[in-house]
Design a protein around this ligand. Structure first.
Ligand SMILES: *Cc1c(COP(=O)(O)O)cnc(C)c1O
Length: 369
């Protein structure tokens, strides 16, 4: 079996984890947590890091911390994992969806300005699969219309947009450290910001909104979204290897591109844009039809090669439609991506021979169709 992802834990992970066990520091009070927060935030280029239990938790905290008035509109992509949109809805805010760009698979930046109203208070950017959203354009819009920028960089650890790292642009940004992300803590996430007051607010929200004056007296409701010292120990060890990790991810993507280019009639991921080189968080492809997409995945799975379908659009989610959201909306590019897109094994545990096997199998399956 060649699964879509195998994590790589080949540095100091065991050593640091043993330290947690030997010293008894296993809760969120251990010193790896603050060390991971400091090292990761400084690596990305923000002043403060707030480690939490996962990326979705980071979004809950980040969005609540901004204290936007209920009913405010937040612009975001329809093509995304549900986490950011669920956090928007849970805070009583209104998600306003944007279609995708067929080349980069990211939110179509040109469509944002038309959707801005007097109720718009933020743009939530999600960098998708390997290429970042063009942040210059987003920052310009945010400045013109006085909007907050929330950056979901859960798939972009170490990726750059022009000269800055993804996650460095947002008023508030988030990362996930799930095992398929570039660096992992098993489960885990982090919020980044350079606004001290916002950072303090996030720390409070992650820890049940305990007050400093009298413990167990609460003025507000938060969550227990704390990260353990054991998770942070993994994070510190993983961050030490991030340059190698990024290089390997790019090498996997490039190898697939070389093997598949001109050999199959599917759309391959774009290798670069003017502002970025693809980091290939996952190696995705677009089939020509929905039927071809299912056939290829089924036949790869029969050969014990793992695949995953692309995200499903937010405007077509039964849960949101039942809430009366996005009822008659259409976003044709994102709909096409959701129906024809899939990704193939591209995790850090993938061997070079496995890349060849996957590419060969894919070429055969596509040409037999
Ligand atoms: C993985 C991911 C998340 C969620 O992270 P979890 O740690 O799994 O909760 C959020 N946004 C994006 C874009 C992701 O890829």
């Amino acid at each position: 079996m060649i699964p879509v992802n195998i994590p790589r834990l080949s540095g100091n992970e065991k050593k640091y984890l043993n330290e947690c066990i030997e010293t008894g520091w296993i809760s969120s009070e251990g010193s790896f947590v603050s060390r991971f927060e400091a090292e990761f935030s400084s690596y990305i280029g923000q002043d403060y890091g707030i480690a939490v239990s996962n990326g979705s938790a980071a979004l809950d905290v980040a969005i609540k911390a901004l204290d936007l008035e209920k009913g405010s509109e937040v612009i975001c992509p329809t093509f995304t994992i549900i986490s950011p949109v669920q956090s928007i809805v849970n805070q009583g805010l209104v998600p306003v969806l944007i279609d995708s760009n067929l080349d980069t698979w990211n939110m179509e930046v040109n469509q944002i300005e038309n959707k801005i109203t007097s109720k718009t208070k933020a743009i939530l950017v999600v960098h998708i699969y390997g290429l970042p959203v063009e942040m210059d354009a987003i920052l310009q819009l945010a400045k013109t219309y006085n909007l907050k920028v929330i950056e979901d960089a859960a798939e972009m650890h170490g990726q750059t947009c022009n000269t800055q790292k993804c996650g460095a642009f947002g008023d508030i940004s988030i990362f996930s450290f799930y095992p398929n992300k570039h660096i992992t803590t098993g489960e885990g996430g982090m919020i980044l910001t350079s606004d001290e007051a916002l950072a303090e607010r996030c720390k409070k929200l992650r820890n049940l909104c305990f007050e400093k004056e009298r413990r167990f007296v609460h003025n507000e409701i938060g969550w227990n979204y704390r990260m353990t010292n054991m998770q942070a120990a993994l994070g510190v060890a993983q961050l030490e290897q991030i340059d190698d990790i990024i290089e390997r991810k790019r090498a996997i993507g490039k190898r697939y591109n070389d093997l598949l280019k001109n050999k199959i009639n599917l759309q391959l991921p774009l290798a670069q844009t003017e502002y970025s080189q693809n980091i290939y968080w996952v190696y995705g492809l677009l089939a020509r039809t929905e039927a071809e997409c299912s056939r290829i995945q089924k036949e790869l799975n029969q050969l014990k090669i793992g695949t995953r379908p692309f995200f499903w659009c937010m405007h077509e989610q039964p849960v949101f439609n039942k809430m009366g959201l996005f009822k008659s909306e259409h976003h044709p590019v994102a709909e096409k991506m959701a129906r024809t897109g899939f990704y193939i094994p591209s995790g850090l545990g993938l061997a070079n021979e496995e890349i060849e096997i996957v590419a060969d199998s894919l070429i055969k399956i596509v040409s037999n169709g």
